[in-house]
Design a protein around this ligand. Sequence first.
Ligand code: PMP
Length: 400
Amino acid sequence: VFSHVPRAPEIPIYAVMTACSKDPSPLKLNLGMGVYRTEDGKPLLLNVVRRAEEILVNDRTAVKEYLPITGLPEFNKLSSILIFGADSPAIKENRVTTVQCLSGTGSLRIGADFLAKHYHQDVVYIPEPTYSNHPNFFIAAGLTLRKYRYYNPQTQGLDFQCLLEDLGSAPSGATVLFHACAHNPTGVDPTLEQWEEIRRLIRCKGLFPFFDCAYQGFVSGNLEEDAHSVRMFVADGGECIVVQSFSKNMVLYGERVGALSIVCKNADVASRSESQLKLLIRPMYSSPPIHGAAIAVSIMKNREMYDEWTIELKAMRNRLMSTRQQLYEALLQRGTPGDWSHIIKHVGLFTYSGLSEEQVAFMTREYHIYMPANGRMNMAGLSLKTVPHLVDAIHAAVPM
Ligand code: PMP
């Protein structure tokens, strides 16, 4: 009965991963999918996560009952404190509902479905460019996608004027998706002053902000500081949606740990919104898994473990910074034509290299270096040892 089913096109970032895994060359370098790697190119498990798992394994009272539809209550409370701050008036006034979902992806999907069902305006603005999965959530929910200009290839920085122009002409009530920090794929974030200007425009025009926060801690090394954009939009008393992922900052990718928060006008609206979120979640997966959320709770509720987490997070961030610096200096030393300062200006996991699709294809073919066609490089895939190989490839790819 399914013989008519056509083969679906490969999802580009997975195609890059597959091609890389099939390449037998010892020189190959994987700068594709946005996952953290150690200086030795190995996947990382945080020591604090290992400790949390030991506590969980040794807890003889632990059982495997279903969680509530909205997840582990303590996880929801601690996640909302992590993003909104312990002294957030919105939390104190009980006008935030936070539900545990299947990592950032699941939270984005539930958030998009909630908008489609309960929000009056179906237009959603996403930055150009953005995380390749972003359009899918809103399209799947039946919403109308539009793009706002975000990145300027000439300056390799934020296209602030065009961003303001595009959002300034958005229809009233439109949802606007923002990356809370460490924009994927560009590594370009607005400054605090620019965020303030964006906030004023959003509130003045009655647009609705939807934050995706997948890299809290990766920009400054400080969880509080990286929540700044979101907190500005909550401090003004307005409403918003915020999606959190613990995939990157707790290195819990496969555990699928994340949360969706809706900041509402008052406690009653928040409570009614939560009741509706349950109706969206129930027919999809009924309730989320326990283990990953329990790890995050163990870490976030214990001061000493929380501190250990922040130290390990900062070490990841610092390694990314020093790799950026090494790559930048090596290109300068090599005399590779072009201004490579964006490598040290971009923040988070990625550098938007500016390399063209043809240059990327050349580097893959001749140097076994793998990255998506848009030239986004996962800085965590690089190390002191592999910088020279990447520099050779870029040098050969760029016209003299
Ligand atoms: N948002 C952004 C901006 C991302 O980069 C990612 C992961 N690449 C996600 C959401 C989703 O990640 P996860 O589902 O693992 O939390």
